[in-house]
Design a protein around this ligand. Structure first.
Ligand SMILES: Cc1cc2nc3c(=O)[nH]c(=O)nc-3n(C[C@H](O)[C@H](O)[C@H](O)COP(=O)(O)OP(=O)(O)OC[C@H]3O[C@@H](n4cnc5c(N)ncnc54)[C@H](O)[C@@H]3O)c2cc1C
Length: 344
């Protein structure tokens, strides 16, 4: 098992924060994970489970052990009439896995192209984009409990999926690790969703008919044009969740702000666009020192270079404060704050 002492985590988090881990364990197989559990300086001093580091803000140097998910592998588990079940190890790169499924002619994940991170983390916040969520094709997953090393199989229903939520982010948070994930994908009669975002327009502009590949390519092109590339500008994608409010509160807000985008939910509540709320408070493109909200996407907190975690957290808290003051709406962070207070 490969381990480092006082390792910089800069290459392992998309905010590009140069914090250190007292000990960094690169877990390149499930056997490494077993060794990590048994090592007296391993899980006994566990501080953080690290995937691709694209959904966390590391607020400071980490004392203790960081376990980095790095085991890979993928296989076909079952083939049937019109479907295939594929399994990928937690350490597989999500985007490369999605492109592989598209290249095989398997449908379900194409709209989730170019999302950073690893396969094992996709279920944690039920990763979603362009009208599709991980839960739509997740078949089952294997999960290991830290406490006793027991491995359990979870069905889709067991995962407690919701908007950017799952049981792994809720009741089972920090209790274990997802080892591998199975997806049930279509081999014919694919659902080709093009009506979210500007996918249909992108296809029309490229003169292409909807297909698994053309949709994946369109999503990639749109994301590249709208979202900052973490390799160039540190960020963690959408920093806040889209908030949900009562229908009554949404109506009050709409009376005062007629252009307020509203998305009624099945439970009668109304989802609002966090990016729109942030933009109204003047934060779109606003910068304080080296931290700020992105000029093209108000929802994306950005490290313009050399920002400290404190600077980033201070901006996030100020945005929460300003949106609360202007609209009476609480913005919840989507990104995991590691080692800092969770709200203003
Ligand atoms: C430019 C950009 C765009 C993005 N766009 C989207 C988007 O469109 N939609 C979307 O939903 N998200 C998006 N994200 C957020 C992010 O890519 C996803 O949340 C992704 O799934 C995080 O994966 P990761 O491996 O990097 O997780 P990490 O940041 O490493 O970990 C996130 C959390 O999961 C835990 N964890 C990690 N691995 C495991 C495991 N194997 N088992 C259990 N827990 C684990 C960690 O301890 C941590 O609490 C975007 C991020 C960026 C930077």
């Amino acid at each position: 098992m490969r381990t480092e002492r006082n390792a910089s985590l800069k290459p392992y988090n998309t905010f590009g924060l140069d914090v250190t881990a007292e000990r960094l364990y690169h877990l390149e197989s499930e056997m490494d994970l077993v060794e990590y559990l048994d090592d007296p300086r391993g899980y006994a001093q566990h501080a953080l489970l690290l995937g691709g580091g694209s959904n966390m803000l590391l607020a400071g140097n980490i004392k203790g052990s960081v376990a980095r998910v790095a085991w890979t592998g993928r296989r076909v588990v079952e083939e049937g009439d019109g479907f295939v079940v594929v399994e990928a190890a937690a350490g597989e790169n999500w985007h490369r896995f999605v492109q592989w499924t598209v290249d095989q002619g398997w449908g379900g994940l194409q709209n989730l192209s170019l999302i950073p991170g690893l396969v094992g983390t996709a279920p944690v916040q039920n990763v979603g984009a362009y009208g599709v969520e991980t839960k739509d094709s997740l078949h089952a997953l294997r999960w290991m409990r830290w406490e006793d090393g027991e491995i359990e199989e979870f069905s889709n229903a067991d995962c407690g999926f919701g908007y950017r939520e799952s049981v792994f982010k809720g009741a089972l948070r920090d209790q274990g690790v997802i080892l591998s994930v199975q997806f049930k994908l279509t081999t014919k009669d694919h659902a080709l969703l093009t009506h979210y975002g500007s996918v249909a327009e992108e296809l029309a502009a490229a003169g292409r008919e909807p297909s698994l590949r053309s949709i994946a390519d369109a999503v990639i092109a749109i994301r590249q044009s709208k979202l900052p590339n973490p390799a160039e500008l540190g960020n963690s994608g959408s920093f806040f969740k889209n908030p949900t409010v009562s229908a009554e509160w949404a109506a009050n807000l709409a009376a005062a702000h007629p252009s307020l985008p509203q998305y009624p939910q099945p439970d009668g509540r109304v989802k609002l666009a966090a990016g729109w709320l942030i933009e109204q408070t003047g934060w779109k493109g606003k910068r304080v020192g080296n931290a700020g909200m992105h000029a093209k996407q108000a929802l994306v907190l950005v490290n313009y270079g050399g920002a400290t975690a404190n600077e980033l957290v201070a901006v996030a808290h100020q945005v929460q404060h300003d949106v609360q003051a202007a609209f009476g709406v609480a913005l919840e962070m989507e990104v995991n704050l590691i080692g800092a207070a969770p709200s203003a």
